[in-house]
Design a protein. Structure first.
Length: 129
């Protein structure tokens, strides 16, 4: 937000504006964007535009990769991958993977976008129980 009065110089406005842009840019950089799409070639899941790994090294629920729109092993693998990528905590990602799959992944559309803020809100609701 730019604050000015009759004494504000153009240089001062630019300094305020640059500071606002830097703060907004750092907030945006911290928030990840997860996306899933179905195509004729199969399923594609990305985080910030790069492929999201299945993270089988954390826990293997299936060897068939990701899936969504229903409850099962492949949707739970997607839930785990999102949670582990987002949290960086293996034990917590494993513990939350089933309820996150039931609450979020099973209800996703064929093509979907999920922000880091939405992941945080879902985790908070799950952990309130």
């Amino acid at each position: 937000m730019i604050f000015c009065d009759h004494r504000t110089t153009p240089e001062a406005i630019l300094r305020q504006d640059r500071g606002s842009l830097r703060r907004a840019g750092s907030e945006m950089a911290a928030m990840k964007i997860y996306e899933g799409k179905r195509s004729i070639d199969g399923l594609v899941v990305t985080v910030d535009g790069r492929p999201l790994l299945e993270h089988y090294e954390v826990q293997r629920f299936t060897s068939w990769g990701f899936e969504w729109t229903y409850e099962g092993a492949s949707p739970q693998q997607l839930a785990l991958a999102i949670l582990y990528d987002h949290l960086g905590d293996k034990a917590r990602a494993i513990r939350l993977s089933e309820p996150f799959m039931q609450k979020v992944v099973a209800d996703m559309d064929n093509d979907w976008t999920l922000t880091g803020d939405q992941v945080d809100r879902a985790i908070a609701q799950i952990e309130k129980r």
